[in-house]
Design a protein around this ligand. Structure first.
Ligand SMILES: Cc1ncc(C[n+]2csc(CCOP(=O)(O)OP(=O)(O)O)c2C)c(N)n1
Length: 193
């Protein structure tokens, strides 16, 4: 699976560098092992909420790679949404968190055994909206699992230096650190469209 993920992202990078994708792309890399392990616990009936960097999450949720490639070619890399696979992403920092919480509220109201998985970056983790949503979800026992993916930066701004402190990781949050292998946006090459 790890090779499949890396190969998919390399193909997208090649398409981008060939000027075939007339829209922003955010590539994943460096966190394959961690994600494969986490997605081992994600059921197909669960919901996954992701960010602008969602290709790996989508593939691991079971989204068809050729469908995903077409979406990316149409400029939708940063807002991948697939209803069939209960997969939702947004390019607004923190934007998915209250939506994930709302879905978790409904799952609880329906006595569902399904769960919501909400992936956020280390800077989104520092936002007020995360603080409130995490507090609410914890206090009401909502079936939402937050996963913090710490690459140390918000675009290029170092998160630790920004806040001058490391935020403690709540017990019920999955947290992993990784070294990103692509720039925040694109592949690091200038593209002529
Ligand atoms: C509300 C909002 N503010 C700013 C941006 C620009 N922006 C896009 S991604 C990003 C970085 C967020 O950092 P982090 O949560 O650590 O995620 P990373 O991309 O590093 O995984 C920013 C500031 C945005 N998309 N939405």
């Amino acid at each position: 699976m790890i090779d499949t993920l890396i190969t998919f992202e390399r193909k997208i990078a090649d398409l981008w560098e060939a000027g075939k994708i007339r829209g922003p792309i955010h590539l994943s890399g460096g966190n394959e092992r961690e994600l494969v392990e986490i997605f081992g616990k994600v059921k197909s009936e669960d919901w996954v909420f992701s960010t602008w960097r969602s290709h790996y999450h989508a593939l691991l949720k079971g989204v068809d790679p050729s469908w995903l490639e077409k979406e990316i070619l149409q400029g939708r890399s940063i807002t991948i949404v697939n209803k069939e696979h209960k997969f939702y992403s947004s390019a607004i920092v923190g934007g998915i968190i209250p939506i994930a919480l709302g879905v978790a509220m409904q799952l609880k109201a329906d006595n569902s055994t399904n769960k919501v998985w909400c992936f956020i970056g280390d800077m989104a983790f520092e936002t007020g909206i995360f603080y409130e949503m995490h507090k609410y979800a914890t206090n009401y026992g909502l079936p939402v699992q937050f996963v913090v993916e710490d690459n140390g930066v918000s675009t290029n701004t170092p998160t630790f230096e920004t806040w001058n402190s490391k935020k403690p990781i709540p017990d019920n949050v999955i947290y992993y650190k990784y070294e990103k292998q692509w720039p925040h946006y694109g592949t690091g090459k200038w593209i002529m469209f």
